[in-house]
Write a protein that binds this ligand. Structure first.
Ligand code: ATP
Ligand code: MG
Length: 108
């Protein structure tokens, strides 16, 4: 069966500055080499400790973030990495539900 969603080698590394004068450049490997596939009718739960990258993975799949590396396929079509591409198929297919919605997001 052709997977509905497929993720291959997905990475998101955030550049951060540390040290007394914020002069040291490092990167936080929020998502590091995630591969998964989800068939139609299946449910996938992502579980992990706080800071393990669950939300970042979700944001990458929703195209709210650009990946450092890796590919995301929706119904076997590769999703472009361009965040400005609003006509992407993902926009009509994927939804997010926030565990801690803000007042603004509740009101719409
Ligand atoms: N914009 C950012 N810049 C730098 N680091 C970030 C950014 N967003 C997330 N991170 C870091 O990436 C890592 C993963 O964060 P993420 O929010 O994805 O974790 P999580 O599993 O969703 O955590 P929680 O269960 O608390 O919601 C954390 O170390 C976080 O501090
Ligand atoms: Mg989270």
């Amino acid at each position: 069966m052709e997977p509905l969603l497929e993720v291959r080698g997905l990475k998101k590394h955030f550049p951060v500055r540390t040290g007394m004068f914020q002069s040291e450049k490092k990167s936080v490997k929020a998502v590091d080499d995630v591969t998964l596939h989800l068939n139609r009718g299946e449910t996938l739960g992502v579980v992990g400790e706080s800071g393990s990258g669950k939300s970042t993975l979700g944001r990458l799949i929703l195209k709210l973030l650009a990946p450092t590396a890796g590919k995301i396929f929706l119904k076997a079509r590769i999703l472009p990495t361009c965040l400005a591409d609003r006509c992407c198929e993902c926009a009509g297919t994927c939804r997010s539900f926030f565990k801690t919605p803000t007042r603004r997001s509740i009101r719409g």
